[in-house]
Unconditional design. Sequence first.
Length: 299
Amino acid sequence: MNNNLKSNVKKHIPKDWLCELRILARLGRETFNDIIRTGWVNVIIITTMAAILMIFGACFRTALSISSFSKELGSALEISVYLKNQADVKGVKQEIQQFEHVEKITVIPKEESWTKLKTEMNLPNIENPLPDALHVKVDKPESLQPVFDNIKTIASVEDMSYAKDLAQKIELVNHVVKTITLVVIAIMGLLTVTIINNTIQLVIQSRKEEIEIMRLMGVSNWYIRFPFIMQGAFYGFTGSLLALIPLNYVQNGLVNIHKYFMVPTPAHAQNLVILVMFGMSILFGAVGSFWCIKKHLQV
């Protein structure tokens, strides 16, 4: 009964937003003071973070370009389908269109192929021996083999072919690029957390007595933790800002390569890299601080 009365009373007590803003301002000042106390070490931390983030950003941005090149090359691959004599070309085309991952089908009538061949070679006046053909384009290189297997089951198909080795190499390149990107992310996260952890540990040691006094006074754990977490996030954010300078040169170089080979640049690639870089650096910085606090303060 008493608990219900207390909760009802609390609901009717107006929140002092001004007080909460003052607390936030106080926490902001504490964060700023902790950064100032760290002194010249800040320069080492931020530049190290920037170097790590620059490597990550460059690898990630390059991976997006390589994937774009692979996709562009893979989209040029087609499955050549050769039909039996008297086969219903329209019917086979409609059947293939029902398969998943099929983007486009081009019909090459045997008369057209024969006429083109006779213009290129000196052939005797014989009956056209070529079959009707279909060129099937799929949405991505990985889809070539599944679509190939599906078309093979059609009774009217005489023979088929596609650049299988090239498709496998493109798929392998995509797989390697994705793996390298994940490894770089893992290394970046580990290095960032380690650097932030060691830095926050130094700050904690310098403020140990002050923190003990605050704990004895009944100050909440989150009030003690917040400035350290914000300091770690600050290092991540500032390191990302500094990493933007070399990353811009990487972006310009890759754009020029795309233009040279006339391959479209991935849409919003640079914005995606920047967003991910800032998000991960701030997250890893905050997480590194939080783990250090739990380990050394037990709050």
